[in-house]
Ligand binder design. Structure first.
Ligand code: GLY
Length: 306
């Protein structure tokens, strides 16, 4: 019997696009590098793109240097509310949670939404109840609040004229994401975040919204976005990038053109990672830096600068 040849796996992760200070660069690089290694090990063993994306993002959520899971930004009430999405490029199935509390790894809850409910997105208290019913242990708020973020939140909270743009040009940010293609040619993508600093309670950004913070389709590409959510939503950034890939742009051109749309059309700030249907990797950002790591010739490459 004739068997289909395996595809060459691909993987890229990001730890957020913003003005990463020099003092955080080593930790950002190490976090992205480790997450890429974890996802890559799964793909190398023949595992699925979905498993690689989920495992890589779980690692990034657990690393307090990033704005996701432990170490997430606090909302205006001083609470952690998390958003996450995962998408399967083979079926276009997707699952997401928004403004969920007391959960360390929202990406895994998002995957349960995709695989165990007829829904795409569950928010707030309902998401927390769903997670508990699925066997996730609920954590105390204090487990997600790192001292670092609490101190930074107090500084921002004290500013009467604070603008969210500032969070991408000097104060910490770091939505995380991953995109992978497995040996069967299936693409998956995921994104997880604590959102923007001092956001109104209940505010939901681009990250858990299909097409905005994430998209995946084996016929075009998979993408994960990072940056100022309200702008990313306006241009449906991840779907825009995947459509560009479907219409003849290679992954790098699609990434660059989509960030061009974000900048030119809505003066947005952010970044995107992409893997196209041929397994090519793209990455682009218009913030000073974006933490990311990817696999090239079997080696992990991690960068924050262009
Ligand atoms: N991109 C993350 C957010 O705006 O929530």
């Amino acid at each position: 019997m004739e068997t289909m040849p395996d595809f060459t796996p691909s993987l890229i992760v990001h730890g957020g696009a913003w003005d990463i200070p020099d003092a955080d660069v080593a930790a950002d690089l190490e976090g992205c590098r480790r997450a890429a290694e974890i996802g890559w090990a799964i793909l190398q063993k023949g595992g699925s793109a979905l498993d690689a994306v989920e495992a890589a993002i779980r690692y990034l959520e657990d690393d307090p240097i990033f704005d996701a899971g432990v170490g997430a930004w606090l909302n205006a009430a001083g609470e952690v509310e998390l958003d996450a999405i995962i998408m399967d490029g083979e079926t276009l199935d997707n699952g997401a949670v928004a403004a969920i509390q007391h959960i360390r790894n929202p990406i895994s809850v998002a995957r349960r939404v995709m695989e165990h409910t007829p829904h795409s997105l569950i928010a707030g208290h309902g998401a927390e109840q769903f997670a508990a019913a699925q066997g996730f242990s609920l954590c105390d708020e204090s487990e997600l609040l790192t001292g670092h973020e609490l101190e930074r939140w107090k500084i921002i909270k004290g500013k009467t004229n604070y603008k969210v743009e500032e969070s991408f040009g000097g104060t910490p940010h770091g939505t995380v994401g991953a995109v992978a293609r497995d040996k069967d040619g299936h693409i998956a993508a995921g994104t997880s975040t604590g959102g923007t600093p001092n956001k109104l309670p209940g505010r939901v950004g681009d990250s858990p919204l299909i097409g905005c913070g994430c998209y995946a389709d084996d016929m075009s590409a998979g993408a994960s976005a990072t940056g100022w959510g309200e702008s990313i939503m306006k241009v449906v950034l991840s779907k825009t990038a995947c459509d560009l890939a479907a219409n003849g742009s290679d992954a790098q051109s699609a990434a660059e053109k989509s960030i061009g749309v974000l900048a030119d059309r809505v003066q947005g700030l952010g970044g995107i990672i992409l893997i196209d249907q041929h397994g090519r990797i793209g990455q682009a950002f218009n913030t000073p830096r974006m933490a990311r790591a990817w696999i090239e010739d079997g080696q992990v490459i991690a960068k924050v600068d262009k």
